[in-house]
Ligand binder design. Structure first.
Ligand SMILES: Cc1cc2nc3c(=O)[nH]c(=O)nc-3n(C[C@H](O)[C@H](O)[C@H](O)COP(=O)(O)OP(=O)(O)OC[C@H]3O[C@@H](n4cnc5c(N)ncnc54)[C@H](O)[C@@H]3O)c2cc1C
Length: 388
């Protein structure tokens, strides 16, 4: 990449949200440049499985990405329960009149499908192995300090879209960040169970944190939330002891756990910003909001961010980028706030100790189970976001 260049829209981070934004902008007539720190997609697989909503499926279909995904696993039911309690609730795709309540894909498979589609668009400039090390907004443009393994230079852009996952560019003038550490770590693995996988996603709340089993291929993608020291302990267990402890925590709904793949872990926190724009800089995806994975909302929110930003920049942006960014900021406020607070509320409600509270939660789950209207409402919000 040459020194001192200019582009219309610079996207910092070619992960799933940044790549989606680039694709959604193709055909807008704007010059788009994606800067991705990883040298190659294949060399850095990510162990996460992602539950995608109906809205995400629609976006990925429109962008020509969905058909490249190797067999997404449909979720036909979602089973919600709490350890040691009698209450439980079931969401059912058939009752909701939808083909599926969501679809499970591997992060890495999605990453590959997005990049395979990016390559079909030669008008999108994709640069791998380039890290943005600094970012500023000046009068009328953004300025990016870029570095590769053997070079460094500056790039200017009419708009800099930060899709770096919220981990690298943490200080931005005019944007205040808030962060709450959940003191929880997610332990991930692919597990096989005695009873066959039948499209049921389980969300089981325990005193340590939620356990999610997402149907994935011929087994389940496990997200087991634990306090950090407990997580470190179970990560180090031999496989049979790990499977036994998982069974003790999860219960018998899928019979015994038979096998687990290599395990990984992620520390969990809630990160939000007071504004997703500052001058010519705009944040999206995890850079704008990082959520607890309990409700499987983070990436789905990020995709809706990318779609909304592309619409704003493609339409208003051709005349006035500042107006486009303002439109994006006000359009995304409710969905981002709703997603973050719904997920955070759920995690906090179910992690509070106390017998009385546990009993009240059981009654709440039973009441939810008896209310088709409440189930329909929540299914719609999970599928399409707070704006429904
Ligand atoms: C355990 C777990 C389970 C989850 N499950 C779900 C789920 O079921 N459903 C769901 O919707 N969400 C889920 N999420 C959330 C989801 O993973 C994130 O919301 C999503 O990955 C965010 O995508 P992103 O592109 O914003 O960020 P990332 O995935 O973090 O990608 C950021 C990209 O930017 C690049 N980058 C970083 N810094 C720079 C830089 N300075 N310069 C250039 N490039 C840079 C990185 O290399 C990376 O490619 C889960 C999260 C966790 C931790």
């Amino acid at each position: 990449m040459n020194a001192d260049r200019h582009t219309d829209i610079a996207i910092i981070g070619g992960g799933p949200v940044g790549a989606t934004l680039a694709l959604a902008l193709s055909g807008s007539g704007r010059r788009v440049t994606v800067l991705e720190a990883r040298g190659s997609i294949e060399a850095s697989p990510d162990p996460r499985a992602l539950a995608l909503s109906q809205a995400s499926r629609i976006i990925l279909e429109r962008l020509g990405v969905w058909r490249k995904l190797p067999a997404p696993t449909p979720i036909s039911r979602i089973h919600i329960s709490q350890q040691g309690g009698f209450g439980r609730a079931l969401l059912n795709a058939e009752e909701e009149n939808v083909e599926a309540l969501g679809y499970v894909v591997d992060y890495s498979a999605l990453d590959l499908a997005l990049h395979a589609t990016l390559i079909e668009h030669p008008e999108i400039e994709l640069h791998m192995g380039i890290r943005v090390t600094d970012l500023a907004s000046n009068q009328g443009f953004a300025s990016l300090a870029c570095a590769s393994a053997d070079d460094s230079w500056h790039l200017t852009a009419a708009v800099a879209a930060v899709a770096d996952g919220g981990k690298s560019i943490t200080q931005l003038p005019g944007i205040r960040r808030s962060s709450q550490d959940y003191q929880q770590t997610a332990v991930l693995a692919h597990v096989k169970t005695e009873l066959p996988q039948q499209g049921i996603a389980y969300e089981r709340f325990t005193r340590n944190g939620p356990i999610a089993l997402l149907p994935s291929g011929d087994g389940y993608a496990l997200v087991w939330t634990l306090p950090p020291a407990e997580a470190a302990r179970v990560l180090a267990l031999p496989e049979t002891a790990f499977l036994r402890e998982l069974h003790d925590a999860f219960g018998d709904r899928q019979g015994r756990f038979l096998a687990a793949s290599a395990r990984n872990s992620f520390p969990l926190s809630l990160k939000t910003v007071d504004s997703v724009t500052s001058g010519r800089i705009v944040l999206l995806g995890n850079a704008a909001q990082t959520l607890h994975p309990a409700a499987g909302q983070g990436f789905n929110l990020g995709l809706r961010d990318a779609w909304a930003l592309a619409q704003a920049l493609g339409k208003d942006g051709r005349r006035d980028d500042t107006a486009a960014l303002q439109r994006y900021r006000s359009e995304r406020r409710l969905d981002s706030f709703g997603g973050a607070h719904f997920t955070d509320g759920l995690v906090r409600l179910f992690s509070r100790p106390g017998r009385l509270l546990g009993h009240a939660r059981d009654l709440g789950l039973l009441a939810f189970e008896q209310s088709p209207a409440a189930k329909h409402w929540i299914t719609r919000k999970l599928s399409f976001g707070a704006q429904g």
